[in-house]
Design a protein around this ligand. Structure first.
Ligand code: ARG
Length: 478
């Protein structure tokens, strides 16, 4: 782009401005400039610009020399930015910045690069490239936390603790079973991340501003060079489509939501009242006033972070709702939401992994929390095995629980006559049905808390963390 010296656009390097007499108001620039947010897209913008220079040569728009000069210039710009060169406040966005720097590297031939493309297909392409990598970085961070869970679960396999429903003691479970109940939601998140990455991997470049590029560039070649899975089938949709961002933000929000629930469990279990877990020193802080305090700040911040990612997702969805088809400037803020959520998770995930890894669980306290009333369901099952209907058994055990509550005597300490009065099928071996270990042993159903089932679950969790087997070509010469 050659900017005539006497036009206002010459003062700052702009990709537009020819048809404007006066320059933009400072208050407009302050609102309009997105360089503060999108600067980080520079490596992706350079990558796609190099591919575009090649595509323009293929379309006979550039000579080979021109295309090579632009590619070399873009490499030099990349080196300058990697070396710490910062944008000027007058750079409107990352695309304008790179265009300006390219002019300083290769002169006027730089003005030919923007042939047939628009920042509309450019920004969509760069954001997609960034998102494809972000999904992989998130996946690795999620795996880091899952590994900490598997390590803790391995140590907790034979430890028993109460399970809770409605935050009321329910039925004994293996503590590993509780730990892994937080593993599988993250495994589902990884599936969502893969799907989001796949949605991002559709190439918009070649769509121009909205109607498609007017030069015979090879989009297939661009797709291959840039590592996309597919080509966008409609240029109007291509510059408009932010579904991949909504999906990435939804996946991020679910991750943050899952972290918030893990954090909440740990915070409760770490209270003196529960005492199931002792927090370490590296992810907690002290109180400026109360010397005895060790506060689980990392976990609390993780719990709070779900609010922000949900806000980011909501902001994007509300922007998209009712937006006219194709590119509208409202879309510029999509990146603010995306970067905020991803940055946050990349901070929170390793911190939660670290906080969990340094947790010391206290099996004795977990065990103490197992009261014999928690075996009430097992007691009912005992009667069912001896011929009662479940309803009849439930009623009989209910009577025993009531007696235990009124007399203040533990279920297991009630006299045999009470058991017999509640249901004649009770015999001396009822005491076995009141053991937590026995209760757990009865639950060997797949996905249950029985020792073998938990062992198999742990194996499955370890398997999920293994790298996927590399695809071997069937006609490879061995
Ligand atoms: N900075 C813009 C964005 O992020 C680039 C696209 C601008 N397109 C335009 N027609 N003004 O969305």
């Amino acid at each position: 782009m050659t900017v005539a010296e006497d036009t206002p656009a010459a003062k700052s390097h702009k990709l537009w401005g020819g048809r404007f007499g006066a320059g933009p108001a400072a208050a407009f620039d302050a609102l309009n400039n997105s360089i503060g947010v999108d600067f980080r897209l520079w490596p992706y913008d350079i990558r796609l610009s190099k591919a575009w220079a090649l595509a323009l040569w293929g379309a006979n728009v550039l000579t080979l020399d021109e295309s090579k000069a632009i590619e070399r210039g873009l490499d030099a710009v990349g080196e300058r930015l990697a070396g710490g060169e910062q944008p000027l406040p007058s750079d409107e966005d990352v695309h304008t910045l790179i265009d300006r720097l390219l002019h300083t590297e290769v002169g006027d031939v730089a003005s030919k690069l923007h042939t047939g493309r628009s920042r509309n297909d450019q920004v969509a392409t760069a954001t997609r490239l960034w998102t494809m990598e972000a999904c992989q970085r998130l996946d690795a961070a999620v795996r880091g936390l899952q590994q900490a869970m598997v390590d803790q679960a391995t140590a907790l396999e034979s430890v028993l603790m109460p399970s809770y429903t409605h935050m009321q003691r329910a039925i004994p479970i293996s503590a590993a079973h509780w730990m892994l109940s937080h593993f599988w939601p993250l495994e589902r998140d990884r599936t969502r991340l893969r799907a989001a990455q796949h949605s991002a991997a559709v190439l918009p470049l070649g769509s121009g501003a909205v109607a498609g590029c007017a030069y015979p560039i090879s989009r297939v070649l661009l797709q291959g060079t840039l590592g996309f899975d597919a080509l966008s089938p409609n240029s109007v949709d291509a510059v408009s489509d932010r579904d991949f961002l909504a999906e990435t933000l939804f996946a991020s929000t679910m991750i943050a939501t899952h972290l918030s629930r893990l954090a909440e469990d740990l915070i409760i279990y770490g209270s003196s009242e529960f005492g199931f877990v002792q927090f370490g020193e590296q992810y907690t802080s002290g109180s400026s006033m109360m010397p005895q305090k060790r506060n689980p700040d990392a976990l609390e911040l993780a719990r709070g972070s779900a609010a922000r990612t949900l806000g980011d997702l909501t902001a994007l969805l509300v922007t998209l709702k009712g937006l006219p088809t194709s590119y509208n400037k409202d879309l510029q803020d999509d990146k603010r939401s995306l970067f905020d959520a991803v940055d946050l998770l990349l901070l929170v995930l390793p911190a939660v992994a670290g906080a969990l890894a340094e947790c010391v669980f206290r099996p004795a306290r977990m065990r103490e929390a197992l009261s014999s009333a928690m075996m009430a369901t097992d007691l009912a099952d005992y009667l069912v095995r001896r011929g009662s209907t479940f309803r009849e058994a439930h009623g009989a055990v209910g009577m025993l629980i009531r007696e235990s509550e009124i007399t203040g005597v533990d279920l297991q300490a009630l006299p045999m006559v009470s058991f017999r009065a509640a249901n004649a099928r009770f015999a001396d071996d009822v005491i076995d049905a009141l053991s937590a270990a026995q209760s757990v042993r009865h639950r060997e159903v797949e996905g249950g808390t029985g020792p073998d089932a938990v062992h198999a679950q742990l194996d499955a969790a370890r398997g999920a963390l293994l790298p996927p087997p590399t695809l071997r070509s069937t006609n490879a010469v061995v």
